[in-house]
Write a protein that binds this ligand. Structure first.
Ligand code: SMO
Length: 735
């Protein structure tokens, strides 16, 4: 395996400006709502006001008589459809696919119960409000609780190490809030069954249009060749646009039933109610070590809420939180159990990091506490246990293969960057911590298709879709480097289920490692074909126009399978200041060392990190979905749910190392989720360092002023500082 040199001509490694931005920043993007098909109808959903209940009846008569209404669909109309699938990544799995429209019972506030199709969006909305759904309430399973039927489960057990040498054991008990992925562009689709009779073309804001085509065709009972999914410009996704939704199925069904085009664009309120949410896990974990800090045994129970239905990747957060829990550290033995739990809330799915942030948070808090119990500096415990570069590839106790990297070097560099910070003393509580994280970027395959037309035009189609990451820019650089052409001359196609013919999509930080490597493989294949046709070597910078005129069209259609999983990693230093009188937290500084292997474009990589950090800061400081005991959503708008704004971003110092991965052709590792993985863990450890001297033993995110103020007050007024604590230390050799 020869990684591509970062110095190769034409692109890889260069900080080129994003070619996407001129259109996106001047209002000339083309998002799903910008798709205008003549005669297209509009859809609006009637949604359940109850978290759990029995449908007594749905009265559509008054609504159906309103002007402009074309048809109202209820669950019985769609009852014969197939069901979407759930990726069977955990050994114990009882899938819970959604009903496109509820029949019999409702199981979450906001669940679609009827679909109104009308001539205008306003008419559809008016009619939806005139539909009366009579529902007998039933007691709900609270969406942010921990009780409920287990729907998925996996355990990782590596026989117990000899813990007789354990000098201490630390525990944590974490309750992480549910989060709203809150993509700038809400979900939406335009389903056109009119323009080409017998065929269905759907414009869908999606990370995975090819999978959407397979799933939609299966559910509707259609030949997949008759279904085309196009993801136009997509304004953020973060895992929330990775799976087919009940609304997508209902609207596509309506378009087919009417032989028309039907459009639906979600409102922000509908996104809070019915888009998939993230996080929400409960983690009970313990970690023991010898007196010198050598980690011995890690045990954990992860409970992940699933909500009321399961998208395709529903079990990924629980599985990742379990399999990644040991992080970059050697741990002699583990006993980890992860389960997904059904509740009466919106579906919970993958959200930037998808179990990785949860794993890093638990492990880093455990290490901080364990170091305290052992009376060792936390950095000493980390350094003692990092998997050494010389031991790579390394199989973790959960069976994962870490591919490459120098975790200790990254950590030392981050510590060195932290040391340059002048100490401040302004009466506020200060805390700092330097943590470490890992970021697996997926297994399996991705596709690429390179076409050299007879006129010399080079077109690259990639299975990795774009939601704002700068995919076109990166593809041009990879192909420019691979073929020895000017990147700006490469035409790029993405987000169309017609080209390539199959694909997975943009998920799990895999687009550059796996999707990029597919492009590298396609470049090699195109070169080989050209040399075969011409019967001679073509050199590093071939004249493709001349080749095309001599050899004719060439197509390289490649399905590339990664040899293993590439693991990005890094270290994050954080300083926080807390006003003890008001509880106001300031994240004063983050220093960041990330190793994403081969970097295609340092500017894009930096953008990915900063975006992930912003979402990680939001998780740590601001964001929380709240349901009441009846399963009613209390945070249904941005008036109630805080997402970070520019002023909430701390100053960030970014540096990187570049250890090419042996797991794929490009040598790239994930970076898209790194910021969201490292930031919450770093901020949490720094906040606990600041509050620990006051006797605060544990505080769950988000660290809002009210939350911190209450913790400080409780610690001051409560000499029994254990009360309200979610963590403990056991000195096993003490009385
Ligand atoms: S959370 Mo990602 O889109 O796998």
């Amino acid at each position: 395996m020869t990684p591509v040199s970062t110095a190769s001509s034409g692109g890889v490694g260069q900080a080129r400006l994003r070619v996407e931005d001129r259109a996106l920043l001047t209002g000339r993007g083309r998002f799903t709502d910008d798709i205008r098909i003549a005669g297209c109808l509009h859809a609006a959903f009637v949604r359940s006001p109850e978290a759990h209940g029995r449908i007594v009846g749905i009265d559509t008569a008054e609504a159906a008589a309103l002007p402009g209404v074309v048809r109202i669909f209820t669950g019985v109309d769609l009852a014969g459809l197939g069901r979407t699938s759930v990726n069977p990544l955990m050994p114990e799995l009882r899938p819970l696919p959604p009903e496109p429209l509820a029949t019999g019972t409702v199981s979450a506030v906001g669940q679609p119960v009827a679909l109104v199709v009308a001539e205008t969006a306003a008419a559809a909305l008016d009619a939806a409000e005139a539909v009366f759904a009579e529902i007998d309430p039933l007691p709900p399973i609270p969406p942010n609780g921990e009780a409920g039927p287990h729907r998925a489960r996996e355990a990782w057990n590596l026989p117990a190490a000899d813990t007789r040498n354990a000098a201490a054991r630390a525990t944590v008990s974490l309750r992480q809030p549910l989060l709203a992925p809150a993509a700038l562009e809400p979900r939406g689709l335009v389903a056109d069954a009119a323009t080409e009779p017998g065929r269905l073309t759907v414009w869908l804001g999606s990370q995975s249009p090819h999978r959407a085509r397979e799933e939609l065709a299966a559910v509707l009972g259609l030949d997949p060749d008759l279904v085309r999914i196009v993801a136009p410009d997509v304004g953020g996704a973060f895992g929330m646009k990775a799976s087919l939704y009940p609304e997508d199925i209902a609207v596509a069904f309506a378009a087919r039933a009417l032989g028309r085009c039907v459009k639906w664009i979600a409102t922000r309120s509908e996104e809070f109610l019915a888009a998939t949410q993230g996080r929400g896990q409960t983690v009970e974990a313990g970690l023991s070590a010898a007196a010198d800090g050598t980690l011995l045994h890690l045990d954990a129970a992860v409970r992940a809420p699933l909500g009321s239905w399961m998208p395709y990747s529903a079990v990924v957060p629980a599985r990742n939180a379990g399999r990644i829990l040991p992080g970059p550290y050697k741990v002699a033995s583990v006993e980890i159990d992860a389960a997904g739990i059904e509740t009466n809330g919106a579906a919970v799915g993958i959200y930037r990091g998808a179990g990785r942030p949860e794993a890093a948070l638990a492990m880093e808090l455990l290490i901080e506490r364990l170091a305290g119990a052992l009376d060792l500096p936390p950095e000493d415990v980390r350094r003692r246990n990092f998997v050494p570069a010389t031991d790579m590839p390394w199989t973790t106790p959960t069976g994962q293969t870490l591919d490459s990297g120098d975790y200790a070097a990254a950590y030392d560099r981050a510590k060195a960057l932290m040391a340059t910070q002048p100490p401040a003393d302004d009466g506020r509580l200060r805390g700092c911590a330097t943590v470490a994280y890992i970021e697996p970027s997926g297994l399996g395959w991705e596709t690429a298709r390179l076409t050299l037309s007879a006129d010399g035009t080079m077109t690259a189609a990639t299975g990795s879709t774009a939601q704002g990451q700068g995919r076109t820019t990166a593809v041009r650089q990879i192909v420019g480097g691979g073929l020895g052409v000017d990147p700006d001359t490469v035409a790029v196609v993405h987000g169309d289920s017609r080209a390539p013919a199959t694909a997975i999509g943009a998920l799990a930080s895999r687009s550059t490692p796996i999707g990029g490597s597919a492009l590298v493989a396609a470049c090699r294949d195109l070169r080989r074909q050209a040399e075969e046709r011409l019967g001679r070597p073509i050199g590093d910078r071939p004249d493709w126009t001349a080749i095309a005129s001599q050899a004719g069209d060439l197509v390289a259609d490649v399905t590339y399978s990664a040899e293993g999983e590439a693991w990005g990693y890094g270290a994050v230093g954080c300083t926080v200041a807390i006003d003890p009188e008001t509880g106001v937290l300031t994240v004063e500084r983050l220093v960041w060392l990330d190793d994403a292997g081969t970097v295609v474009n340092p500017m894009l990589a930096e953008g990915q990190l900063l975006g992930g950090i912003a979402q990680g800061v939001g998780e740590a400081v601001l964001e929380r979905i709240v349901y009441d005991a009846d399963g009613q959503l209390l945070t249904g708008s941005f008036m109630d749910y805080g997402i970070p704004r520019a002023g909430d971003m701390p100053p960030v110092t970014l540096e990187r190392m570049e250890t090419p991965s042996p797991a794929n052709l490009l040598g790239a590792k994930g970076i898209g989720e790194a910021g969201a993985i490292g930031a919450p863990a770093a901020i949490a450890c720094a906040v606990m360092a600041a509050l620990r001297p006051l006797g605060v033993k544990h505080l769950d995110m988000p660290y809002t002023p009210a939350h911190i103020w209450q913790a400080i007050r409780d610690a001051r007024t409560d000499t029994q500082t254990d009360s309200g604590s979610g963590a403990g230390i056991e000195h096993e050799q003490e009385e």
